[in-house]
Design a protein around this ligand. Structure first.
Ligand code: NOJ
Ligand code: CA
Length: 551
């Protein structure tokens, strides 16, 4: 596919977590064959891009985010030929392919690392971040890894420590080494040649470790200590220029955003880095701090910062977060209403929407009964650290359950047959028992389903440029659970209103006539009144406002 400069603005990107999407060969693990089988489903949903979480060879310590060979496909997922069939099938249906690039670290089983750890004078010696022990023989500084424990691991052969921001099986690459950078860019060039349309770039805020002349012996998380340094931006610009930017391949960085400048650096066109950014917020922080008020503040701020020269990646879910309907909605009494409200919110904001597999069915968090049922390395480490801090098993399990990344990694719920139609074998991770009620087969036969609602929103985006290019202005009180805004483009103005609560709310707006067209809503009927709207539990609606001058 050839791409125009701003084509990424018109995408609706569907994220596939391949391990959990569809098993095509009956071994309990999702794979490319399964993805090929479901291309028509994606076409029917209407998305025009797919981002697949990593499918490269990997020992799977962190489910593919630890890559041992960037030029081949993980055996469990199939072959390069399968990948090509998927690519061609997607392209034939007008669906762009976005690959996940994990370039902050490799697997410890990557040949570069296996060589690098052997000695201080081998061709790959400098490809990773090695440091001598501290004077007392301990780690070079007090940095902790994101998944818990020290971020340094000692290798007796080299008599040195290497840095790993994530698991110890994920050694960080040394971007200060020019030769390593060129080899990394070769990976991207290889996938460019294979016809990829864009990239989601993993954990990319930590390329410059800023270690020289600095010894932090206090314990601090490494990714916090070195986020967003100048060298990191320099390396990202170099990568963009040399690889994805010239052909206008779409790019989104998974980044750490602490202030306005960070947003500008990563997501404005003039910075020459990415088209847009996915800010990483740890689930435990999100669960404790989110509120409709916070969402409003963030929306306003992010819009102002980037409206001239930047763009926004919009997402409520991904493979690192709990399910959106469980987190921001109500996954019991108002399951359907709140799943639809969140969908409408996602698709009507300025920016490119990202739909995470299963959210179009309203899939929910899962409740396992013991820690053994979990797979996620982060959940397991978190559980163990709670136990060693003195928590009871019951409390540790309850807290791990609410933050676990496995909530979003349970197998896709295709139908109500055994294992939710995901596989004919027991899947690698337990299916959510609610598949009997929540599944694709059901929803495709029901015009009022969450799936059909997503389909409508995606179709609307293709028909109405106001959803893509419209100006955005909040028009609701700062306080309270109602989030409302207008989107305007040329003569068209849409008013979008959401009630982020189960309590009835009154929303007032002087341009409401009571006679305007309702473009979409999650309730059937509405009392017609002038100047105000009574919102029911998790009610959402898009109204087309009449032209100001024609009133
Ligand atoms: C972010 C990815 O989304 C996550 O799944 C992974 O564990 C870390 N980066 C490390 O690659
Ligand atoms: Ca399989």
């Amino acid at each position: 596919m050839k791409h125009e400069k701003d084509w990424y603005k018109e995408l609706v990107i569907y994220q596939i977590y391949p391990r959990s999407f569809k098993d095509g060969n009956g071994d309990g693990i999702g794979d490319l064959k399964g993805m090929i089988e479901k291309l028509d489903y994606l076409k029917e949903l209407g998305v025009n891009a797919v981002w697949m979480s990593p499918v490269y060879a990997s020992p799977n310590v962190d489910n593919g985010y630890d890559i041992s060979d960037y030029f081949s496909i993980m055996e469990e997922f199939g072959t390069m030929q399968d990948w090509e069939i998927f690519r061609d099938g997607a392209h034939a249906r007008g669906i762009a392919i976005i690959m996940d690039l994990v370039l902050n670290h490799t697997s410890d089983r990557h040949i570069w690392f296996e060589e690098s750890k052997k000695s201080k004078d081998n061709p790959y010696s400098d490809f990773y971040v090695w440091r001598d022990p501290a004077p007392d023989g301990g780690a070079p500084n007090g940095w902790m890894s994101v998944f818990g424990g020290s971020a340094w691991e000692y290798v007796p052969q080299r008599k040195q420590y290497y840095l790993h921001m994530f698991a110890k099986e994920q050694p960080d690459l040394n971007w200060d080494c020019e030769e390593a950078r060129e080899k990394i860019f070769d990976i991207i060039r290889f996938w460019n040649e294979k016809g990829v349309d864009g990239y989601r770039v993993d954990a990319i805020s930590y390329l410059d470790k800023g270690l020289d002349g600095r010894a932090d012996f206090q314990e601090t998380i490494g990714t916090v200590a070195c986020a967003n340094l100048e060298g990191t931006h320099r390396y990202i610009r170099e990568m963009a220029e040399k690889t994805f930017a010239p052909a206008h391949l779409m790019s989104v960085g998974e980044v750490n955003i602490n202030n306005e400048q960070d947003s500008i650096n990563y997501s404005s066109a003039k910075s020459g880095e990415f088209n847009m950014a996915i800010p990483f917020v740890p689930p435990i922080v999100e669960i404790k701090t989110w509120s409709p008020e916070r969402l409003k503040e963030d929306l306003e701020r992010d819009y102002q910062i980037l409206k001239e020269d930047g763009w926004w990646a919009r997402f409520l879910s991904n493979h690192d977060k709990p399910r959106q309907v469980s987190l921001y909605g109500n996954d019991e009494l108002y399951w359907k209403e709140s799943a639809k409200m969140l969908a409408c919110y996602l698709h009507t904001l300025p920016g490119t929407p990202f739909v995470y597999q299963g959210e179009e069915l309203g899939m929910t968090n899962v409740q396992y009964h013991s820690i053994e049922e979990y797979d996620d390395i982060d959940t397991k480490n978190y559980y163990m650290s709670m136990l060693s801090d003195g928590a009871s098993e019951e409390d540790a399990l309850a807290e791990s359950q609410s933050i676990s990344r496995d909530n979003s990694r349970t197998p896709m719920q295709w139908d109500d047959s055994a294992y939710a139609g995901f596989s004919t074998q027991k899947p690698w991770l337990g299916v959510n028992p609610n598949y009997v009620k929540i599944n694709a087969a059901n929803q495709m036969q029901d015009d009022t389903s969450v799936f059909r609602f997503y389909q409508k929103l995606i179709a609307l985006r293709k028909e109405h440029p106001v959803m893509v290019h419209g100006d955005f202005a909040l028009c609701c009180p700062k306080k309270g659970p109602v989030i409302a805004y207008t989107r305007s483009f040329q003569n068209e103005t849409w008013l979008v209103i959401h009630n982020f609560s189960e309590k009835e709310q009154i929303f007032e707006h002087d341009r409401i006539q009571g006679t305007e067209t309702i473009i979409l809503s999650n309730y059937d009927e509405r009392a017609k009144e002038r100047g105000k709207i009574r919102l029911r539990a998790y009610e959402t609606m898009i109204l087309e406002l009449q032209d100001k001058n024609k009133r």
